[in-house]
Ligand binder design. Structure first.
Ligand code: HEM
Length: 274
Protein backbone atom coordinates (compact mmCIF):
# COMPACT_ATOMS: atom_id res chain seq x y z
CA UNK A 1 0.00 0.00 0.00
CA UNK A 2 1.51 3.38 -0.94
CA UNK A 3 -0.87 6.17 0.13
CA UNK A 4 -4.27 6.09 1.79
CA UNK A 5 -4.75 9.83 1.41
CA UNK A 6 -3.19 12.14 -1.12
CA UNK A 7 -0.66 14.46 0.57
CA UNK A 8 -1.06 18.22 -0.01
CA UNK A 9 2.68 18.67 -0.48
CA UNK A 10 5.55 16.21 -0.96
CA UNK A 11 6.23 14.17 2.17
CA UNK A 12 9.25 12.00 2.90
CA UNK A 13 8.81 8.44 1.64
CA UNK A 14 9.83 5.25 3.33
CA UNK A 15 12.24 3.04 1.38
CA UNK A 16 9.38 0.60 0.82
CA UNK A 17 7.06 3.29 -0.53
CA UNK A 18 9.79 4.58 -2.85
CA UNK A 19 10.52 1.08 -4.13
CA UNK A 20 6.80 0.43 -4.72
CA UNK A 21 6.37 3.72 -6.54
CA UNK A 22 9.31 2.97 -8.79
CA UNK A 23 7.47 -0.12 -10.03
CA UNK A 24 4.39 1.84 -11.09
CA UNK A 25 4.19 3.42 -14.52
CA UNK A 26 2.23 6.56 -15.37
CA UNK A 27 1.46 7.68 -18.89
CA UNK A 28 3.08 11.02 -19.66
CA UNK A 29 3.02 11.39 -23.45
CA UNK A 30 0.56 10.27 -26.10
CA UNK A 31 2.00 8.28 -29.04
CA UNK A 32 1.19 11.18 -31.42
CA UNK A 33 3.27 13.57 -29.30
CA UNK A 34 6.22 11.15 -29.09
CA UNK A 35 6.20 10.67 -32.89
CA UNK A 36 5.81 14.39 -33.53
CA UNK A 37 8.63 15.22 -31.11
CA UNK A 38 11.17 12.93 -32.79
CA UNK A 39 10.02 13.91 -36.27
CA UNK A 40 10.55 17.53 -35.16
CA UNK A 41 14.01 16.73 -33.73
CA UNK A 42 15.03 15.04 -37.02
CA UNK A 43 13.76 17.99 -39.03
CA UNK A 44 15.71 20.42 -36.85
CA UNK A 45 18.86 18.37 -37.29
CA UNK A 46 18.45 18.28 -41.09
CA UNK A 47 17.53 21.98 -41.31
CA UNK A 48 20.39 23.10 -39.08
CA UNK A 49 22.94 21.01 -40.99
CA UNK A 50 21.77 22.36 -44.35
CA UNK A 51 20.78 25.87 -43.20
CA UNK A 52 24.24 26.65 -41.78
CA UNK A 53 25.80 25.50 -45.07
CA UNK A 54 23.52 27.89 -46.99
CA UNK A 55 24.89 31.01 -45.28
CA UNK A 56 27.83 31.82 -47.53
CA UNK A 57 28.14 35.58 -47.13
CA UNK A 58 31.37 36.21 -45.16
CA UNK A 59 29.54 38.85 -43.09
CA UNK A 60 27.05 36.34 -41.59
CA UNK A 61 28.70 32.97 -42.10
CA UNK A 62 29.63 31.00 -39.00
CA UNK A 63 30.24 27.50 -40.39
CA UNK A 64 33.87 26.94 -41.50
CA UNK A 65 34.67 26.99 -45.22
CA UNK A 66 35.49 23.25 -45.31
CA UNK A 67 31.97 22.48 -44.05
CA UNK A 68 30.34 24.56 -46.81
CA UNK A 69 32.44 22.76 -49.43
CA UNK A 70 31.68 19.35 -47.90
CA UNK A 71 27.92 19.97 -47.92
CA UNK A 72 27.98 21.33 -51.46
CA UNK A 73 29.87 18.24 -52.62
CA UNK A 74 27.50 15.97 -50.74
CA UNK A 75 24.46 17.49 -52.47
CA UNK A 76 26.13 17.96 -55.86
CA UNK A 77 25.40 21.70 -56.00
CA UNK A 78 24.29 24.54 -53.74
CA UNK A 79 20.87 24.63 -55.52
CA UNK A 80 20.22 21.03 -54.43
CA UNK A 81 21.13 21.92 -50.87
CA UNK A 82 18.61 24.77 -50.98
CA UNK A 83 15.95 22.55 -52.59
CA UNK A 84 16.43 19.97 -49.84
CA UNK A 85 16.23 22.63 -47.10
CA UNK A 86 12.99 24.02 -48.59
CA UNK A 87 11.43 20.57 -49.18
CA UNK A 88 12.08 19.50 -45.56
CA UNK A 89 10.82 22.87 -44.27
CA UNK A 90 7.59 22.66 -46.27
CA UNK A 91 7.00 19.02 -45.22
CA UNK A 92 7.52 20.10 -41.59
CA UNK A 93 5.03 22.97 -42.04
CA UNK A 94 2.40 20.64 -43.52
CA UNK A 95 2.85 18.07 -40.71
CA UNK A 96 2.46 20.83 -38.08
CA UNK A 97 -0.62 22.20 -39.85
CA UNK A 98 -2.21 18.75 -39.82
CA UNK A 99 -1.28 18.43 -36.12
CA UNK A 100 -2.72 21.87 -35.35
CA UNK A 101 -5.99 21.14 -37.20
CA UNK A 102 -6.60 17.60 -35.95
CA UNK A 103 -4.80 17.81 -32.60
CA UNK A 104 -6.40 21.08 -31.55
CA UNK A 105 -9.00 19.50 -29.29
CA UNK A 106 -6.58 17.04 -27.65
CA UNK A 107 -3.27 18.79 -27.36
CA UNK A 108 -3.59 22.49 -28.04
CA UNK A 109 -6.71 23.84 -26.37
CA UNK A 110 -6.41 26.55 -23.70
CA UNK A 111 -6.64 24.23 -20.68
CA UNK A 112 -3.83 21.95 -21.89
CA UNK A 113 -1.64 24.88 -22.92
CA UNK A 114 -2.25 26.62 -19.57
CA UNK A 115 -1.05 23.50 -17.74
CA UNK A 116 1.86 22.81 -20.06
CA UNK A 117 3.24 26.28 -20.66
CA UNK A 118 1.43 28.67 -18.28
CA UNK A 119 3.80 29.82 -15.52
CA UNK A 120 2.30 30.10 -12.02
CA UNK A 121 3.69 31.43 -8.74
CA UNK A 122 5.47 28.11 -7.98
CA UNK A 123 7.13 28.25 -11.40
CA UNK A 124 8.54 31.73 -10.82
CA UNK A 125 9.79 30.61 -7.41
CA UNK A 126 11.29 27.49 -9.04
CA UNK A 127 13.18 29.67 -11.53
CA UNK A 128 14.44 31.95 -8.76
CA UNK A 129 15.61 29.12 -6.50
CA UNK A 130 17.06 27.09 -9.41
CA UNK A 131 19.14 30.09 -10.46
CA UNK A 132 20.36 30.68 -6.90
CA UNK A 133 21.18 26.98 -6.56
CA UNK A 134 23.21 27.11 -9.77
CA UNK A 135 25.17 29.97 -8.22
CA UNK A 136 25.52 27.95 -5.01
CA UNK A 137 23.53 30.55 -3.04
CA UNK A 138 20.42 28.67 -1.93
CA UNK A 139 19.58 25.58 0.09
CA UNK A 140 15.80 26.07 -0.28
CA UNK A 141 13.86 23.12 -1.66
CA UNK A 142 12.43 23.64 -5.15
CA UNK A 143 8.65 24.23 -5.15
CA UNK A 144 6.48 21.39 -6.53
CA UNK A 145 6.03 21.38 -10.30
CA UNK A 146 3.33 20.35 -12.75
CA UNK A 147 3.76 18.00 -15.74
CA UNK A 148 6.59 20.27 -16.93
CA UNK A 149 8.97 22.24 -14.76
CA UNK A 150 9.35 26.01 -15.20
CA UNK A 151 12.49 25.61 -17.32
CA UNK A 152 10.73 23.23 -19.71
CA UNK A 153 7.72 25.58 -19.84
CA UNK A 154 9.92 28.56 -20.72
CA UNK A 155 11.52 26.53 -23.50
CA UNK A 156 8.12 25.43 -24.83
CA UNK A 157 6.95 29.10 -24.86
CA UNK A 158 10.07 30.00 -26.82
CA UNK A 159 9.46 27.16 -29.31
CA UNK A 160 5.73 27.90 -29.73
CA UNK A 161 6.55 31.60 -30.37
CA UNK A 162 9.49 31.02 -32.70
CA UNK A 163 8.02 28.21 -34.85
CA UNK A 164 5.31 30.36 -36.56
CA UNK A 165 7.96 33.06 -37.20
CA UNK A 166 10.31 30.47 -38.73
CA UNK A 167 7.54 29.00 -40.91
CA UNK A 168 6.17 32.37 -42.14
CA UNK A 169 9.61 33.90 -42.77
CA UNK A 170 10.70 30.69 -44.55
CA UNK A 171 7.64 30.82 -46.83
CA UNK A 172 8.31 34.50 -47.54
CA UNK A 173 11.88 33.68 -48.58
CA UNK A 174 10.64 30.91 -50.89
CA UNK A 175 7.70 32.71 -52.51
CA UNK A 176 8.93 36.34 -52.36
CA UNK A 177 5.49 37.79 -51.61
CA UNK A 178 5.62 41.63 -51.59
CA UNK A 179 8.62 43.92 -51.76
CA UNK A 180 12.32 42.88 -51.65
CA UNK A 181 12.65 44.59 -48.27
CA UNK A 182 10.01 42.21 -46.91
CA UNK A 183 12.19 39.30 -48.07
CA UNK A 184 15.21 40.90 -46.38
CA UNK A 185 13.24 41.26 -43.13
CA UNK A 186 12.12 37.63 -43.44
CA UNK A 187 15.77 36.52 -43.71
CA UNK A 188 16.67 38.39 -40.54
CA UNK A 189 13.63 37.09 -38.64
CA UNK A 190 14.27 33.51 -39.80
CA UNK A 191 17.85 33.72 -38.56
CA UNK A 192 16.98 35.33 -35.20
CA UNK A 193 14.07 32.94 -34.45
CA UNK A 194 16.17 29.85 -35.30
CA UNK A 195 19.03 31.25 -33.19
CA UNK A 196 16.71 31.68 -30.20
CA UNK A 197 15.43 28.09 -30.43
CA UNK A 198 18.96 26.74 -30.85
CA UNK A 199 20.22 28.60 -27.76
CA UNK A 200 17.48 26.92 -25.69
CA UNK A 201 17.91 23.63 -27.54
CA UNK A 202 21.40 23.15 -26.12
CA UNK A 203 20.02 23.19 -22.57
CA UNK A 204 16.97 21.13 -23.65
CA UNK A 205 19.06 18.38 -25.22
CA UNK A 206 21.51 18.36 -22.31
CA UNK A 207 18.69 18.09 -19.76
CA UNK A 208 16.78 15.56 -21.86
CA UNK A 209 19.55 13.27 -23.03
CA UNK A 210 22.54 13.74 -20.69
CA UNK A 211 21.46 14.96 -17.22
CA UNK A 212 21.15 11.76 -15.12
CA UNK A 213 18.31 13.02 -12.89
CA UNK A 214 16.11 13.58 -15.94
CA UNK A 215 16.78 10.15 -17.51
CA UNK A 216 13.19 8.99 -16.87
CA UNK A 217 11.97 12.05 -18.87
CA UNK A 218 14.13 10.93 -21.80
CA UNK A 219 12.70 7.41 -21.75
CA UNK A 220 9.21 8.91 -21.45
CA UNK A 221 9.78 10.48 -24.86
CA UNK A 222 10.22 6.92 -26.19
CA UNK A 223 7.81 4.79 -24.19
CA UNK A 224 5.34 7.53 -23.22
CA UNK A 225 5.63 6.42 -19.56
CA UNK A 226 7.40 7.55 -16.37
CA UNK A 227 7.68 5.75 -13.07
CA UNK A 228 5.57 7.10 -10.25
CA UNK A 229 8.55 7.87 -8.00
CA UNK A 230 10.02 10.21 -10.62
CA UNK A 231 6.61 11.85 -11.10
CA UNK A 232 6.25 12.31 -7.32
CA UNK A 233 9.73 13.75 -6.83
CA UNK A 234 9.99 15.94 -9.93
CA UNK A 235 6.41 16.76 -10.93
CA UNK A 236 4.45 16.56 -7.66
CA UNK A 237 1.50 18.74 -8.77
CA UNK A 238 1.01 16.60 -11.87
CA UNK A 239 1.29 13.41 -9.77
CA UNK A 240 -1.30 14.82 -7.36
CA UNK A 241 -3.70 15.66 -10.22
CA UNK A 242 -3.46 12.09 -11.48
CA UNK A 243 -4.08 10.71 -8.00
CA UNK A 244 -7.12 12.96 -7.58
CA UNK A 245 -8.50 11.76 -10.92
CA UNK A 246 -8.07 8.17 -9.71
CA UNK A 247 -9.12 8.84 -6.14
CA UNK A 248 -11.62 6.02 -6.21
CA UNK A 249 -8.74 3.59 -6.70
CA UNK A 250 -6.97 4.59 -3.49
CA UNK A 251 -6.85 1.78 -0.98
CA UNK A 252 -9.38 2.24 1.83
CA UNK A 253 -7.97 2.66 5.34
CA UNK A 254 -9.70 -0.58 6.03
CA UNK A 255 -9.51 -3.81 7.92
CA UNK A 256 -6.38 -5.87 7.59
CA UNK A 257 -6.25 -7.50 4.20
CA UNK A 258 -7.06 -11.12 3.87
CA UNK A 259 -4.89 -13.64 2.10
CA UNK A 260 -3.09 -12.45 -1.08
CA UNK A 261 -5.54 -9.71 -2.01
CA UNK A 262 -3.68 -6.66 -3.35
CA UNK A 263 -4.71 -3.01 -2.94
CA UNK A 264 -6.74 -1.53 -5.78
CA UNK A 265 -4.09 1.19 -6.18
CA UNK A 266 -2.59 1.60 -9.67
CA UNK A 267 -1.20 -1.89 -9.75
CA UNK A 268 2.41 -2.78 -10.45
CA UNK A 269 3.54 -2.28 -14.04
CA UNK A 270 0.11 -1.05 -15.05
CA UNK A 271 -0.52 2.43 -16.38
CA UNK A 272 -2.72 5.07 -14.86
CA UNK A 273 -4.72 4.81 -18.05
CA UNK A 274 -4.35 8.51 -18.80
C1 HEM B 1 18.07 15.17 -29.64
C2 HEM B 1 17.18 16.15 -29.49
C3 HEM B 1 16.15 16.21 -28.40
C4 HEM B 1 16.07 15.54 -27.21
C5 HEM B 1 17.04 14.53 -26.62
C6 HEM B 1 14.85 15.98 -26.56
C7 HEM B 1 14.38 15.53 -25.35
C8 HEM B 1 13.12 15.78 -24.84
C9 HEM B 1 12.53 15.13 -23.71
C10 HEM B 1 13.22 14.08 -22.86
C11 HEM B 1 11.30 15.66 -23.51
C12 HEM B 1 10.29 15.24 -22.43
C13 HEM B 1 10.38 16.15 -21.23
C14 HEM B 1 9.45 15.66 -20.13
O1 HEM B 1 8.48 14.96 -20.40
O2 HEM B 1 9.70 16.02 -18.95
C15 HEM B 1 11.08 16.64 -24.53
C16 HEM B 1 9.94 17.40 -24.68
C17 HEM B 1 9.84 18.47 -25.54
N1 HEM B 1 10.77 18.82 -26.51
FE1 HEM B 1 12.49 17.85 -26.94
N2 HEM B 1 14.25 16.90 -27.36
C18 HEM B 1 15.00 17.08 -28.49
C19 HEM B 1 14.73 17.92 -29.55
C20 HEM B 1 13.76 18.88 -29.52
C21 HEM B 1 13.60 19.91 -30.49
C22 HEM B 1 14.48 20.09 -31.73
C23 HEM B 1 12.56 20.68 -30.10
C24 HEM B 1 11.97 21.92 -30.73
C25 HEM B 1 12.64 22.74 -31.44
C26 HEM B 1 12.02 20.11 -28.88
C27 HEM B 1 10.96 20.60 -28.18
C28 HEM B 1 10.32 19.95 -27.15
C29 HEM B 1 9.06 20.36 -26.56
C30 HEM B 1 8.22 21.57 -26.98
C31 HEM B 1 8.75 19.41 -25.57
C32 HEM B 1 7.49 19.35 -24.72
C33 HEM B 1 6.61 18.33 -25.46
C34 HEM B 1 5.22 18.21 -25.01
O3 HEM B 1 4.46 19.16 -25.20
O4 HEM B 1 4.90 17.14 -24.46
N3 HEM B 1 12.78 19.02 -28.56
N4 HEM B 1 12.21 16.70 -25.33
Amino acid sequence: MIFETIPESPIALTAEQAADMQQLQIKKHQVAIVLLHWFNALVWLAELLTGTALIVSPAYRFAPQWYLILMEQLFGARENLLRFHIAVGITWTIVFLVYAIFGWKHYLHAEVLKKEIGLDHDDFEWLRIRLLKLLGRSQEPLPPQGAYNAGQKLYAVLVYTAVPVIILSGLEMVFHVGSPSLVAWAMLLHFVAVGMVVSGLMVHVYMGAVFPEERPAFYSMITGMVDELYAYRHHFKWWKDIKLQHKHQLPKAAPAQKSEEKPVELSRSKTSGL
